[in-house]
Design a protein around this ligand. Sequence first.
Ligand code: MN
Length: 438
Amino acid sequence: MSQLNETHDPSLQSWVDSANQPGNGFPIQNLPFGVFREKGGSGAFRIGVAIGDKVLDLSALADRQPWNGAASEALDACRSGRLNGLMALGQAHWSALRLALSRALRVGSALRPVLEPLLLERNAVEHNLPAHIGDYTDFYISVHHATSVGKQFRPDNPLLPNYKWVPIGYHGRASTIGVSGQAFPRPVGQMRPAAEGSPPQFGPCRRLDYELELGVFIGQGNPQGQRINIEDAESHIFGLCILNDWSARDVQAWEYQPLGPFLAKNFASTISPWVVTLEALAPFREALKRPDGDPQPLPYLSSPANTESGAFNVQLEVLLSTRESRAKGLEPARLSSSNFRDAYWSIAQLVTHHTVNGCKLQPGDLFGTGTLSGPEEGEQASLLELTGNGQTPITLPWGEQRGFLEDHDEVILRAHCSKPGYPTISLGECSGTVLPAV
Ligand code: MN
């Protein structure tokens, strides 16, 4: 578990002025990693770190060799268009690089003349996926989501008996994961027959949905056959991003039994460009709570540290803009807000469970948390829940209604951490747009 250190001092100020603006989201205490190039450019993508409204080019900084030791080795791993090399080095190297960057970006740093020419405007860059994602697994860790979805299918027995014992997941598809700004055609597929005995319907999906999730990037992996203990699990996690697990509900309803989601989920998934390290999130740790009367997890999924501080206070929200709202120049409408701390399983438990059978994880593997719905009204993190499977459409502030997504709808997911006396830590934004079926 990463502890608080000098990089978390809330009074630290950067010589990058915009990083000191209250609420800017990218203060010197954040320092998330991403992959970028000049907007519209054709050159290679490089690794950068976000600071205020700027990006620091770490590939270029590596050429200047400002440090030695672990920080220098970590910086050398940033001479690449992907974060996998840095992820593979492990936590001691990530920490050393964070500390070196924090000191170099602070007011009064002697390295300012070296770094300042390597800054770009954040709004003048475009992004690629932060890492090569070899494998992608999506979990189901919100008991509130699992219960409300289960209610639609099994009103008297919404939660299946395994839920409180085993972190449920399925293997997803890495090849169609894109970075924020992704646009994709509405998926086409098979749906339930209109009448019993008739063949399935076929055509563009009519019940297209989003799922508000967080993504968990694996850092150092494990050899096949060697499980990762719960005590070590977090040291294998590089950081978090925002994830939209787009879902074709009508395709899902027809195909999901008996083997789970398949084509309903693998046509597109979108992630935010910046990966916020677990170390940056340390000030927002909280106890992982289970309701009184629930079973305790099996010993391999339990540790004192996981119980005391395995959850994170990350505020989440979903916004929607439509072709009509954009034409009218209106702000996107907020559909829901929720908090990651209400999840039933911790990210450490996911890593440990995923490897308990000897399954091998590799640097850059991505986990999705599953839809992060909360316990209250207005915290439903998918349209499936928000509209009761489309039965009770929501009315948007400009008058349009939505049961599910329509063509040209843009879904914007945002996440940030805030608490009194500490600068806001933003995870940025994850947006994606539905195009007409082809
Ligand atoms: Mn999902």
